[in-house]
Structures are given as C-alpha cells and as structure tokens.
Design a protein around this ligand. Structure first.
Ligand code: AMP
Length: 146
C-alpha cells in the first residue's frame, strides 16, 4: 500500500531538512502528491492570549518572514510545489489536522526530538499532531538540540 497524498509539516528551522527529505523519499517514483504546510502561531498565543499592546505589525513581519523561508525551501527542493504549499495562522495541531482532512491527505510527516522526562511533559508538536490525527502520522527522528 502506498500513500496517495502526503502532508509534510515544517517549522522552517534548519531541522526541517531531514523531515522534508523523508517525505520526498516516500513520494519518489510514485504518483504520490506532496503538500507542505507551515503554521504561524499568533504572537498573543505565545504571551498567554492577553497582551496590552498592538502586535499586528510584528505579526505581519513574522508572517512575511515565514513566507520568505517557505519560498526558499521550495526553491531548494523543486519537488515541493508552490501550489501545494500552505501558510496559515493558528495552532499547529489544529491547522495541520484541518488541512490534512480538507485536502484528503493519508499521511502527515513531522519531525520529532524524542523528548522524555520534563521536556515531554511540556509537549511536542509531533505528540500533539499524533493525538486525534485524521490519518497516519510519521514522526521523523531528529537529533536532539543541545
Ligand atoms: P517541535 O516539537 O515544536 O520541536 O516540532 C517538531 C516538528 O513539528 C517539526 O519538525 C515540524 O515537523 C512540526 N512543526 C513544529 N512547529 C510547526 C509549525 N509552526 N508549523 C508546521 N509544523 C510545525
């Protein structure tokens, strides 16, 4: 059984290379469609929701920067197609699930640091995405950051 539509979620750090490469390897030589997504998390969310200042300009800068990085990634990996790339605001788990469902993806690929102990309690996007996922999820093992 081969996957028909793979959704690769990237955080746009240098760590997304192994995640993208694994997704590309899964699709290589097949008819598999490959979609790409990055979620820009609202700044207010990072500050706990209640911020007594206007963050809209900063938020726009953050979005523009993410768009630039996503475009660079598409240039670096020509198998990633601009028309199948998505940049949205929101909470990564929610947006990734929504997109996977909407686009009929049968596999989501994310990176995982294999955290344990306290770091695991603090949560990881891979864990988050796995819970309640509308399809299979592949967690690509990433080398731990020091
Ligand atoms: P983290 O647990 O936040 O270090 O992220 C692990 C993996 O989750 C990354 O390698 C990406 O595959 C995915 N991920 C994290 N943040 C985002 C984001 N903002 N948008 C899309 N995918 C993300």
């Amino acid at each position: 059984m081969y996957y028909e539509h793979v959704l690769v979620a990237v955080d746009l750090t240098e760590e997304c290379d192994p995640v993208v490469k694994r997704a590309l390897a899964l699709c290589e030589g097949r008819e598999t469609k490959l979609s790409l997504v990055h979620i820009v998390e609202p700044m207010a969310m990072a500050f706990g929701g209640d911020v007594p200042m206007d963050l809209s300009q900063l938020q726009q800068q953050q979005f523009d920067q993410a768009k630039e990085r996503l475009d660079r990634l598409i240039v670096k990996y020509p198998a990633l197609k601009k028309e199948f790339s998505h940049l949205t605001y929101g909470q990564p788990r929610q947006e990734i699930h929504h997109l996977a469902k909407e686009q009929g993806c049968d596999l989501i690929v994310v990176g995982s640091h294999g955290r344990h102990g306290l770091a695991l309690l603090l949560g990881s996007t891979a864990n988050d995405v796995l819970h309640g996922a509308p399809c299979d999820v592949l967690a690509v093992h990433l080398i731990k950051r020091t």
